[in-house]
Design a protein around this ligand. Structure first.
Ligand SMILES: NC(=O)c1ccc[n+]([C@@H]2O[C@H](COP(=O)([O-])OP(=O)(O)OC[C@H]3O[C@@H](n4cnc5c(N)ncnc54)[C@H](O)[C@@H]3O)[C@@H](O)[C@H]2O)c1
Length: 402
């Protein structure tokens, strides 16, 4: 490194530290403990995809816990600008508009001082889009995750690295049998749900790209000793979720029913998912970051588990009762790869971190209905499907909702 570059790097680091101390000082003045206590407590977390649904909830949470938060996002998903505005109204954070496919930009962010934790959420999130544009899907989910992991290895190897993986890495789960019980499907031979022992079976381009990333995360933990883990998330829901038909079905059903848009049910509507409120997920992230020894180099299925399940038609029933009117439905065939049931076995995470979901489905759905209701103008600007559009920072296409 030349002398000029070295001076520049030292100057940037001291500026960052001064800002951090000022922030701590400001927080301490508003009653958050002594300056020294606050400084000792302040840890740094990088949240990729931090302007998205889970990301902005996580950023707000860690900011209120006195973490120094850096949000990294390319703002390719519609609604991210509104999430950022919401965040800046109530949280203290730094923002980096970066595409995770841009390796030099990732290195720049990670070399600005060490992070204590990295929560990697940035992704192409829809199976449907991955089928129409597998190249972009691979670039973001597989290569983008590799960029980040490798940069963490070089610049912040002690950071606890949490990867938002997906239950889609298990594919069809041919060993699990299901049957119709009344109005919903259930497993006959998986009473606790799907565990981490289920064989991996990447069934779609999205499954492949997330699955490849999931395995890289575990391998970087084994080979390089990075305290990294894959959280194989099931269906997450909650406020600030700009759900569309292809992704975020709980939020989408609520948005569509409040705004009078068409809801199409593919299949018989009796298919079941376990659902987890975003606040419970973020609590699990915190517990994992605080106990790296218990999670490093492991995968965990994270969802509502057998106690927090919902069928499509059950959600429609809940909404009709809340809204006081019938919701018109359209019907279509099962889509390829649709599962009749997916329920996570969450006992491994419970054993490791003493974590359980705390928000029941009815309470959580009620909260999301209230959020959509009081944000009709914002959610009204979002379309009903995800489509591929030109990326904002690279020449490659990226995903945005239209
Ligand atoms: N929401 C769920 O139910 C669920 C379930 C399983 C896994 N996940 C995973 O959790 C993570 C977060 O999901 P979410 O529901 O908050 O989705 P989201 O779409 O709201 O958030 C993803 C964020 O990543 C950003 N992004 C996309 N491409 C990027 C790129 N190339 N560079 C930088 N930023 C980019 C988007 O702008 C967006 O803000 C994703 O990795 C997703 O695969 C979510």
């Amino acid at each position: 490194m030349s002398l000029r570059l070295l001076v520049k790097a030292v100057w940037a680091e001291s500026l960052r530290r001064s800002c951090q101390i000022l922030r701590i000082w400001a927080g301490a003045r508003s009653g958050g403990g002594t300056i020294v206590e606050r400084k000792l407590q302040t840890k740094r977390v990088l949240i990729t995809g931090g302007a998205g649904f889970i990301g902005c909830n996580a950023a707000r949470f860690f900011s209120t816990r006195n973490w120094s938060v850096t949000v990294l996002d390319n703002l390719s998903r519609q609604g991210t600008d509104q999430n950022l505005k919401w965040l800046s109204d109530g949280a203290d954070f730094e923002f980096e508009k970066v595409d995770i496919r841009d390796r030099p930009a990732i290195d720049r962010v990670l070399s600005q001082g060490r992070y204590d934790a990295v929560i990697h959420l940035a992704a192409q999130v829809a199976v449907t889009t991955s089928v129409t544009d597998p190249s972009t899907d691979f670039g973001i989910n597989a290569m983008g995750t590799f960029n980040l992991l490798d940069s963490v290895r070089l610049h912040s190897p002690e950071a606890v690295f949490l990867f938002a993986s997906t239950n889609k890495v298990y594919g069809k789960i041919t060993g699990a049998q299901s049957e119709l019980r009344g109005n919903q499907y259930g497993y006959t031979n998986r009473p606790h749900g799907i565990s981490e022992n289920e064989p991996l079976d990447f069934l779609s381009p999205y499954g492949c790209s997330k699955g490849a990333a999931d395995q890289y995360v575990l391998d970087f933990a084994r080979i390089y000793g990075i305290p990294a883990a894959s959280f194989r998330q099931s269906c997450i829901y909650g406020p600030r979720q700009f759900g569309v038909e292809d992704q975020g079905w709980v939020a989408w059903f609520i948005i569509a029913s409040l705004l009078g848009r068409d809801i199409t049910i593919y299949g018989d509507g009796k298919q079941v998912r376990d659902v987890l409120h975003v606040d419970d997920l973020v609590r699990a992230y915190e517990a994992a970051i605080l106990a790296p020894d218990k999670i490093a180099a492991q995968s965990f299925n994270v969802g509502g588990g057998p106690d927090q399940v919902l069928s499509l038609l059950q959600l429609v029933d809940i909404l009709e009762e809340r809204l006081g009117h019938k919701i018109p439905l359209k019907w279509d065939d099962w889509r390829p790869g649709d599962q009749q049931v997916y329920i996570s076995d969450i006992r491994k995470l419970d054993r490791a971190l003493n974590w359980k979901p705390s928000i029941d489905v009815n309470t959580g759905i009620g909260q999301l209905v209230d959020w959509v209701d009081s944000n009709r103008a914002a959610v009204g600007t979002i379309g009903s499907t995800l489509q591929v559009q030109p990326a904002q920072q690279t020449d490659e296409p990226s995903v945005t909702a239209v």
